[in-house]
Design a binder for this molecule. Sequence first.
Ligand SMILES: [Zn+2]
Length: 139
Amino acid sequence: MSHQSTAVPPLIITEDNRFWFAAAEQGWLAIQRCTRCHTLRHPPAPCCARCQSFEWDTIESSRRANLCSYTVIHHPRDTAFDYPLVVGLVDLPEGIRLVADIVGIEPDELVAGMELDVTFAEHAHGAVLPRLTRPEVWR
Ligand SMILES: [Zn+2]
């Protein structure tokens, strides 16, 4: 029996966010939208913070992200992750923010305001989740 850390945080999937993980599994980034006032929200929530409606649908994000901030996680290390483990906070053009791993870009290359793409890959949990990568084409 190994004594290495197994601290991979579990995904907490509920009836309120199941649609979002299902969309990610299919390779698209869902954004929840209130069908009464059309306010977008993320992370998923059962109720609109603006008008308190429980009615909602989803739109698909363009997945063109703009880096707002990031952090490099050094400790604690877990064998489930690759290091340096870089996590970014990005603005999406739809007007919401997303937190995801940044993959394939060295931390010293990162600059607030740079453009990143949201792509999908299998994560440490075995689930498919969004991640932030260098844009495939210059824009
Ligand atoms: Zn609303």
